[in-house]
Every structure is written in C-alpha cells, then in structure tokens.
Design a binder for this molecule. Structure first.
Ligand code: AHR
Length: 503
C-alpha cells in the first residue's frame, strides 16, 4: 500500500476560482443540436422543441458559459442564415464536418435554450472564410440595444433586448491546416488585431479571445502564441488553448498521466504570454481561455467516422459519439484538477462538448438521455469547487510512463470558501494496481468537523454507461474518509477520481 500526504493552508492561495472555467461548448456538429438538445416530437420536448430531459442534465452539471456555434463549423458559418423566419432560412453545406446544416436552430433559439439551462452565451466569429465586417455586423445584431438596421432586425426577429454577449472568440483554431481559412500566425495575428479593435470600437465592454494553438503538439506551438500575441496584446483579454487526450496503443499508464501534459501546456502558454508582456513593457496580463478540452478518440473519427463523397452530406449524422469508460473519466477529472491548479491564469474554460458529440450527456432519438462516466467529475467539481484554490504541498510516489517520463502517482487540488465555510479536495490515483492512502493536513483550516467523500472507480476500468446499461457506472461513497485531530485520511482505489468535501 502506498501513502501520500497533502498540506492545506488558507493563507496561501493560487487565486479565486472564476466560475467561467466551468463552461461548455455546443457546436453544430453531428447530433449535438439536432437530435441532441433539440428534438421536436420527443416525449419531453417543450413548445420550442427542446428536450427537457437534456435541459435537466445540463443544469445538474452546473455549466457557466457555453461557447457556440463552433468549433471548425464556425469557419464556414454565415450567422445571418440562422436568424429570421425559420421557413426562409437556407440549407447550407457544412464543409468542416461534411454535413448539411438546416439552420432550424440559430442564435435566437439557442439563446432561449441557454436561459433554460441557466448558462451564458460565449460566441465565436468566423475569421476563416469571413472577416472584420461580418464580425462587426454580428456584434451589432447581438449587443446593440436599438436604432440601427441590424439591431432593429433583431427586434423584428422577436428579441427586443440585446443578447448582451460578453465573451467573443476571434475565430477557431486558425493554426490548424484543417481549418477553413487557415492562416500563418503573422496573418492571423494582424486580422485578429484589426477585428478586435473594430469590435471594441463598437462595444468596449466585451472580452476577446485570440486563437492560440489547437494542441501543444502542433509544429508551430509556442511560436504561434508569441507572434499572435505580439500583434494582439493590447486588443485581447485571452489566448486560447485546446487539448484532447486519448489512450493510444493500450498505454494506459501514459494516458492516466495526461494532466501532466495539460499542466505543461498551460505553463508554457503563460510563459509565452508573459514573455510578450515583458518585451512590450506592458502592465496588462493575458489570461488563458482553455476553450476546448476533453478526452477524444480522434483516431476513431479519422479512421472510421469521417464522412466523404460529393453526394453524401447527411443532416445530423452520428459523429464523434465516443462512449467513455471509467479510465476516461479519471483522466477527465484530472484535467479539471489541472485547470483548477492554474486558477490564477486559466480564468475561462469550455468542456468540448456537451451532448452526444464527445459529450458527458448522450441521447437516443425518441428514447432516453443518460450520463456518461465523465458527467460525474464535471458536475461534482462544478458544485464543490468554490472560493479560492489553495496552494498545496503534495508528497506522493511516482511511476515511469512511456510518454511523459516519471510522473506522480497522485494528483490533487484543494479549494476553500471562507465565507461559506466549505472546502474540497479533488484527487486522482493513477496507479493501476495499488490503493493509496492520502493524509490531508487541514490543521491550518479552522472549524471543520465533518468530512464526506465519493469516488469514481470500478474493477473494470473500461466499464461504460450505454443505452442498454445507462447506470452501469456511478459515483460510490468512499467510506474510508475520516477526520481526526486536524487531518483527513482517505484511501483512493486504483485508477480512481475522488472528491472530498469538508463542512
Ligand atoms: O470539438 C471538436 C473539434 O475539435 C472542434 O470543432 C475543433 O475546434 C477541434 O479541432
């Protein structure tokens, strides 16, 4: 049996938790919108065609902001197609996912759904096939109260009040050769700067996100951020990060250490942003919008799912419908730990995605909706992680992984809300064979008398929730958690994610 030790002290904090890090992402992709959140005719559909069973699950997750409408989709999207009378909206090709977009759900319908799930809109503009003018027009339509052609058009389309969108993404993954309108860092940086300046001229209150790298393993990673920020530093608030992880070639040991890579990614982007800050002698700090992160079996998409053919453009095909295991959820929970550990600089994040498409929630047409394994770490972290992230001293054993070298067996993060009198610790055990007993020294935290814990684990680390067996994997109470003499002790099963709540 291995042991590990953590010490918490409320006097040493990383920073306050910005609720925007519990964001999600809805892209017009596969069955995300159509047959996902929207299915008129479904037994639970409301008068607008939105599935109430899905609404309830999204609310249970506690999703703060939702990035929309893409993703790769946005780089070919004409926002005007998605507003106005539905019967007049054009049907278009979606080149990104080789599908047909009917535009039956657009900005107005999506904003109405957001009210139901209690989340805020984060919009991406198309800087792939379009430019500054179209971004400005969308901003005017969305945020200007009244009195111009576009604001009045919004009102005529049934929305008297502005959408009041606060956070805007300047395009999507413009570093990726797969992206419509892919550009060099130099070209994108100039376009993003011009567009940001123009958008701020219209609405100075908005926050803007410049595209960073679509993965830390892109050949241009690092240099892309430096060049883009040297053009946009004064114009934007965030640089984005995107990261997806999957188990490759049966190497579970490396997969379980994916958050080591995410830590490194975040710290590299922070270093690059701060380098540009130093060179410019700026007093402004650029933060990270980690606006796509998840476990995604990209290889399955590339080799099996990809749609092709000039006469084959399906509506809402089954795409990227990964079914997540216990091991996937443990890695997923660890990615959330990584985001929280960097709460001082990661102040916005979006889980990619939400329903059916690499998603914590799955649906069947005319059938049920259910929670994937990854649903649990998101919902529980969003609920329990309140206040500030504490600096944490962690003493744990290590193991050797093929991809990331020597890595800790345990990863953890702690949060503390002084005003509410609550604290939480989130932990993973990456060992495939051994339980690890963790002692958490909370002597410096006043007034805690109760502890409870729950863990995600299974004797079969590849167990999943499916249509046939939707509740095969759920959280289990961890009855080993005790609080005694200023220390919490909890035993973590092999390959597990655990949430400890103090009250
Ligand atoms: O989330 C799926 C896709 O991953 C997004 O459309 C794109 O931005 C990224 O490559």
């Amino acid at each position: 049996m291995q042991n590990a030790r953590l010490t918490l002290d409320p006097h040493f904090t990383v920073g306050p938790i910005n609720r925007n890090i519990f964001g999600g992402f809805v892209e017009h992709l596969g069955r995300h919108v159509y047959d996902g959140i929207y299915e008129p005719g479904h037994a639970t559909a409301d008068d607008e065609g939105f599935r109430q069973d899905v609404v309830e699950l999204v609310r249970e997750m506690g999703v703060s902001t939702i990035r929309y409408p893409g993703g790769n989709f946005v780089s070919g999207f004409r926002w005007e197609d998605s507003v106005g009378p539905r019967e007049e909206r054009p049907t278009r090709l979606d080149l990104a996912w080789h599908s047909t977009e009917t535009n039956q759900v657009g900005m107005h319908e999506f904003a109405s759904w957001l009210r139901k799930v209690d989340s805020d809109l984060m919009l991406a503009v198309n800087l792939g096939t379009r430019g500054t003018l179209e971004a400005l027009e969308l901003l005017e339509y969305a945020n200007l109260p009244k009195g111009t052609a576009l604001a009045d058009q919004r009102m005529a389309n049934g929305r008297p009040d502005p959408f009041d969108v606060k956070i805007w993404c300047l395009g999507n993954e413009m570093d990726g050769p797969w992206q419509l309108g892919h550009r060099s860092a130099e070209d994108y940086g100039k376009l993003a700067s011009r567009t940001a300046k123009a958008m701020r001229q219209l609405d100075p209150s908005i926050q803007l996100v410049a595209c960073g790298s679509s993965s830390a393993h892109m050949p241009t990673f690092g240099e892309w951020e430096r060049v883009v920020l040297s053009h946009t530093y004064d114009d934007v608030d965030y640089i984005s990060c995107h990261a997806y992880y999957e188990e490759k070639n049966g190497d579970l040991a490396s997969f379980l250490a994916s958050a080591v890579d995410m830590d490194h990614f975040i710290e590299s982007v922070v270093a690059t942003a701060d380098h540009v800050k130093a060179v410019r002698g700026s007093s402004k700090t650029i933060n990270i919008s980690f606006d796509e992160w998840n476990v995604w079996y990209i290889s399955r998409f590339e080799n099996v799912d990809k749609i092709q053919g000039l006469d084959n453009w399906p509506v809402a095909p089954r795409l990227l419908e990964d079914c997540y295991s216990v091991a996937d959820a443990v890695v997923f929970g660890n990615l959330m730990i990584s985001l929280l550990k960097h709460a001082d600089r990661v102040t916005s994040a979006s889980l990619a995605q939400l329903v059916n498409v690499i998603a914590p929630i799955m649906t069947e047409p005319d059938g049920p909706a259910w929670r994937q394994t990854t649903f649990f770490p998101f919902a529980i972290t969003s609920r329990l992680a309140q206040g500030s992230v504490l600096e944490l001293k962690l003493d744990a054993g290590t193991y050797e992984s093929a991809e990331y070298g020597v890595v800790p067996l345990v990863d953890a993060v702690a949060t503390h809300d002084d005003a509410a009198g609550t604290a939480a610790v989130f932990l993973v055990n990456r060992s495939q064979t051994e339980e690890i007993t963790v002692t958490i020294d909370i002597a410096a935290l006043d007034g805690f008398t109760g502890v409870s814990a729950e863990s995600l684990y299974d004797t079969d680390v590849y167990a999943k929730n499916t249509l046939e067996e939707p509740e095969r994997v759920t959280m289990k109470p961890n009855t080993t958690a005790t609080l005694d003499g200023g220390a919490v002790t909890v035993t973590l099963p092999p390959v597990s994610w655990t949430a400890v709540a103090l009250a």
